[in-house]
Design a protein around this ligand. Structure first.
Ligand SMILES: [Zn+2]
Length: 406
């Protein structure tokens, strides 16, 4: 830590979590972790950083290497019109460094108050994620219906695991039930057993269920159009969650991206297994989707989080914007609830000691400027959701990693 970084800080409003706000509040941190927090006068000289200090956002599902791919943008089209466009755009830049795309994405995360991200890494960008100033879970993507290709992707991902640091950890992402060999699931379960985070796109569309369970619908044609050999255009012919359960994947630190088509019995299955779901409102709007089970997930006590997905469908890497769009889709949920999903929800789904400003949690927070005097916690969460609180500084591991230019 640089000698100029204050380790005792205070704020007019210190948001510990969606449940507890101190006014005024103080916080002491050391070696990247929070040591103590309290209300009122601090027991030690402390630096006043700003009006509001709150946990940074945890983006639980991103594709940073798609931050720079305008040709793949989805704009009101169907998933099946968009998918080949994305694959063509990705193939056109194969062999190019993902650097500018990932770096652009990271800059956007920091300036919008995100301190941790789970990034599906399809471009071997783990070095960039490891060097990034925010907390990253690099989910090495395993994609392919070909068993040997899956196994080779696992070998590469396993070799990267040794490079984990305090801020970066290496996880895994078998892509989706329609694009992953079942053998990959057994290998992914070994990662979970060893404590790593594993995430998969599951039940994003109704067509995915039709293909997975009955080998029907447009997925077969889409796979053939992408050049997948006929012998590999085969589905699991089973309910996706049953296959995941048999493989040993339904356990904590496994998470599902999207899950729009989850049925009630599957929601109950996830609750029992303590598997979380990541909702990506921007992507939902891009594809004009009608279904997602947020109310049922909440009623069943399933942990849920927010993700931006890739910019090509997610529209913005600002998690507050995702929360606003989510609030538009679910007007019954309070700003406090969206703040919780964007912070503690992401940390719970990913299994990170983040998302709350409490002793032993990581020292990751955002200093916000308030545009108007705030009278209570509800006003803070409303101003946060509106985007009225301006990000002044972003801190990760007890260090300033972004300061807003004024
Ligand atoms: Zn995704």
């Amino acid at each position: 830590m640089s000698s100029g970084t204050p380790t005792w800080i205070r704020a007019d409003w210190l948001v510990l979590s969606a449940e507890r706000v101190l006014h005024p509040g103080w916080l002491h941190h050391a070696e990247g972790r929070i040591v103590a927090v309290g209300e009122g006068a601090p027991p030690h000289a402390a630096s006043e950083l700003g009006a509001v200090i709150a946990p940074g956002c945890v983006n639980a599902h991103a594709h940073l290497d798609l931050s720079d791919l305008p040709a793949g943008r989805a704009e009101g089209e169907s998933f099946f019109d968009w998918l080949p466009k994305l694959v063509r755009a990705k193939r056109a830049r194969e062999g190019q460094e993902p650097q500018s795309s990932v770096e652009r994405g990271i800059a956007r995360l920091l300036e919008t108050g995100t301190t941790a991200v789970a990034d599906v890494d399809a471009s071997d960008a783990s070095e960039l994620l490891r060097a990034a100033p925010l907390r990253t879970v690099g989910l090495g993507e395993v994609l392919g219906l070909d068993r040997e290709r899956c196994e080779a992707a696992f070998e590469r991902a396993w070799a990267r695991r040794a490079s984990s640091t305090e801020r970066f950890e290496s996880g895994l992402s078998p892509h989706a039930p329609y694009s992953t060999h079942p053998e990959a699931l057994r290998l992914a379960a070994r990662w979970l057993e060893s404590g790593a985070a594993v995430q998969m796109h599951v039940l994003e569309t109704p067509e995915e269920r039709a293909w997975c369970e009955r080998e029907e619908g447009p997925f077969g044609e889409a796979l053939r159009a992408l050049g997948v050999p006929e012998a590999l255009c085969r589905s699991w012919r089973a309910k996706p969650l049953e296959v995941l359960e048999r493989a040993g994947l339904l356990r904590p630190r496994f998470s599902i991206a999207h899950g729009n088509e989850l049925e009630d019995d599957e929601v109950a299955q996830l609750a029992r297994a303590r598997v979380g779901v990541v909702f990506c409102p921007g992507t939902h709007l891009s594809f004009a989707r009608e279904r997602e089970p947020l109310d049922r997930l909440r009623a069943a006590g399933v942990d849920w989080a927010l993700g931006t997905d890739g910019l090509v469908t997610g529209r913005d890497l600002d998690l507050r914007a995702q929360a606003r769009w989510g609030a538009g889709l679910h007007p019954g949920l309070s700003p406090r609830c969206w703040f919780d999903a964007a912070t503690r929800g992401g940390a719970r789904v990913l299994g990170l000691p983040a998302g709350e400003l409490l002793p032993d949690r990581v020292a990751d927070w955002v200093v916000y400027e308030a545009p108007r005097p705030l009278r209570n916690a509800d006003e803070i969460f409303s101003a946060w959701l509106e985007g009225a609180l301006a990000v002044r500084e972003t801190w990760v591991g007890g260090r300033i990693v972004h300061r807003c230019a004024r």
